[in-house]
Design a protein. Structure first.
Length: 85
């Protein structure tokens, strides 16, 4: 398994002190935003437009698929996306 370097303790304290780190996961942030702004557009490109509500549903569906594959909390998952212009 790949190991990723941890942030230095000094840097972590600074990030927390400056509120750059809020102790929230991306999922937490998406859930909060979808609760407050369910009908606002979250993603827009030439092929699709998704509201925060729709995005949360797609993310939840992906999460269930990963769980069905045996991925568990704490596992490292790499997501590579193309560099579209």
């Amino acid at each position: 398994m790949l190991e990723f370097p941890k942030h230095k303790a000094r840097d972590a304290r600074q990030y927390s002190r400056n509120r750059w780190w809020l102790g929230l996961t991306l999922g937490d942030i998406l859930d909060r935003t979808a609760d407050v702004f369910p009908n606002k557009e979250a993603l827009v490109d030439d092929r699709v437009r998704l509201t925060y509500y729709e995005l949360r549903n797609k993310v939840d569906h992906l999460a269930m698929g990963l769980m069905n594959l045996g991925i568990e909390k704490g596992d490292t998952v790499l997501l590579q996306l193309p560099n579209w212009a």
